[in-house]
Ligand binder design. Structure first.
Ligand SMILES: O=P(O)(O)OC[C@H](O)CO
Length: 414
């Protein structure tokens, strides 16, 4: 069989589920064999694939997180666009089968889908219901607003819980989704979706207010910072923090690692902001096909993508990971199967995405060099939480440093 390498960044239970998808596809036919290769974190997988491409040692398929989208789109000669791959291979592919919130992210200005939607997520609130009961809080009504979060945290702490809440993916949760959720722009040109000449507008009162609250709460561990990416997970798994805001796909890891009754809620919002909550934006990753592999591999990749598009495969992946059902058919199937009734709260991610029709501020984002921009934002947030900078100074610095990265990208990709 023709072997096709699939580089990915899924570890733990998510990695096991991904391997099952590959194995199941391989079992359906004998011509192609998908070989998943774990390459580390999202940034590591992406930089690894770029370096491998230069050395002509790259795989046919690489999983790239949403912040790498602009970089991949700009790498024109290196990418075999998904819409073209499917057409060349004569495989059926209907972009309108996918949720608009997903396709919008990965479609070029001509309306062509450049990568294959695979694992889209959105941040949600997780609560440890056992600790809520212990603190005399209603485990079935998670906090709705940020002031509610602080109140609940204080009650939890009075009952002996060390920390109220933590967050995964600090910039994604506390800046990118925060802004969409409150219908506030983080950049010009519709958050960069309109062109690489966009500028960041993250130095704004909403984010300053939110970061100031986090810094204040950090002092007493109402909020406790747990690091970048998913590094905060152990604080929630162990019961040190009673709540966490993280990817909807954190569910797989929580269910596998934590021994408590798990509840779900929407992301909190600031009640004084009119129109909030608006709608959430996606994260997670898509599959990019790289050029320069033997032709036979691409025929196999197209067949694999067709397999991954099947409603039952999509529904299985969604139900077992917490990633969004990215096709309408997968959502309908999950509903018909009674999945949401049997697992109350697992539809929070979908409800957040569809809460209101997206505005130019809440469709998503696409900025050049955003992997590096996110590092800058998180560095500045960390300085705020450590009390070294005011939120205003940190956001102003993040905006200036971030815009320099955006301009460098624009110059390199005219
Ligand atoms: O943990 P994931 O896969 O849902 O991804 C979260 C963030 O969007 C990564 O940028």
């Amino acid at each position: 069989a023709t072997e096709i390498q699939w580089w990915h960044a899924m570890s733990g239970p998510l990695g096991e589920k991904l391997e099952k998808l590959a194995g199941d596809f391989n079992a359906t036919q004998g011509e192609y064999r998908i070989v998943p290769v774990f390459k580390g974190t999202y940034p590591e997988t992406m930089t690894g694939a770029i370096a491998a491409f230069r050395a002509k040692q790259h795989p046919a398929i690489v999983q790239v997180f949403e912040v790498g989208t602009a970089t991949m789109m700009a790498a024109k000669g290196a990418v075999y666009p998904t819409y073209k791959l499917m057409k060349d291979a004569g495989e059926p592919f209907d972009p309108s089968a996918y949720l608009p919130a997903v396709t919008g992210y990965y479609t070029d200005t001509a309306g062509n889908m450049l990568s294959f939607p695979f694992n889209s997520s959105t941040p949600i609130l997780y609560v440890n219901k056992d600790l809520f009961r212990k603190a005399g809080l209603d485990p079935d009504s998670p906090p709705k607003t940020w002031p509610d979060m602080a109140e609940a945290a204080k009650k939890l702490q009075a009952a002996g819980v060390p920390c109220g809440f933590t967050t995964q993916w600090p910039s994604w949760v506390n800046l990118e989704n925060l802004s969409a959720w409150h219908n506030v722009a983080i950049g010009t040109r519709e958050n960069g979706l309109g062109g690489f000449d966009a500028a960041l507008t993250i130095d704004n009162p909403l984010t300053a207010k939110h970061w100031a609250a986090l810094a204040e709460w950090q002092k007493t561990k109402i909020y406790d910072y747990g690091g970048r990416q998913a590094k905060a997970d152990p604080k929630f798994f162990s019961g040190e923090c009673a709540m966490s805001i993280g990817s909807s796909a954190a569910r797989a890891g929580i269910l596998a690692n934590a021994k408590f009754d798990l509840g779900y809620g929407m992301m909190p919002y600031w009640p004084e902001v009119k129109g909030a909550p608006q709608n959430a934006i996606i994260g997670g990753a898509t599959l990019w096909v790289l050029t320069g592999r033997p032709a036979a591999e691409y025929a196999g990749v197209a067949k694999f993508f067709t397999y991954l598009s099947r409603p039952e495969v999509q529904a299985w992946w969604h139900q077992n990971t917490g990633y969004l059902p990215i096709t309408k058919a997968a959502y309908e199937l999950s509903r018909a199967q009674g999945f949401y009734e049997k697992n109350p709260g697992t539809d929070v991610s979908i409800r957040q995405m569809t809460l209101n029709p997206p505005t130019p501020n809440s469709k998503g984002l696409r900025f050049g060099n955003f992997v590096q921009v996110r590092d800058v934002i998180e560095e500045e947030l960390e300085a705020t939480l450590a009390g070294q900078k005011t939120p205003e100074a940190a956001l102003s610095a993040a905006q200036t440093r971030g815009n320099a990265l955006l301009r460098a990208f624009e110059k390199a990709n005219p």
